[in-house]
Design a protein around this ligand. Sequence first.
Ligand SMILES: [Zn+2]
Ligand SMILES: [Zn+2]
Length: 173
Amino acid sequence: MILSWLDAEKPGGVDLTQPVRIASDSVARKDVVSIEALQVNLHGLANHGVCHIDGSAHGFVVYHCVRCLDEFRESLRVPIHEVFSRYPLTSAQEEEDVVYEPGDEIVLDPFVLQAVILGLKYQPICKEDCAGLCPSCGVNLNHNTCHCKDRTIDPRLEALAELLDKTNEDRRS
Ligand SMILES: [Zn+2]
Ligand SMILES: [Zn+2]
């Protein structure tokens, strides 16, 4: 996705609408399977060598649920705001994270990627009440049942519990 300074300097600026492909490995997240149908809408407006980009990216993300490891798809919408300067940055601009872009064109893809990464879910869960995997046998408790809970008491602990009961009884008598 490319923005030309010449277009952005026109009265009213320029509108850009484009699909952007983001490879799943470029987001470097094990719990992100893919990013699909990402559409980016931006408005660029430049004045005196400073260009403001405003808009958003929307599409879908396929995640791995961190509890049950199932894949699930969710819509994603992230805002995109950037400011570029054609001239070397003043210290005030540096502090405001203005980006120095002296060329005739600005390649926007890295900024779209950055916005998408910031908009991804932290610890994605397929549903609020995801039951996760059984810690003993590993079945997905959303789709299956197991009987691990029925025998959670370790037989050794059971013997110990009985012994404690007996001791308490002896003390009382
Ligand atoms: Zn889940
Ligand atoms: Zn189990």
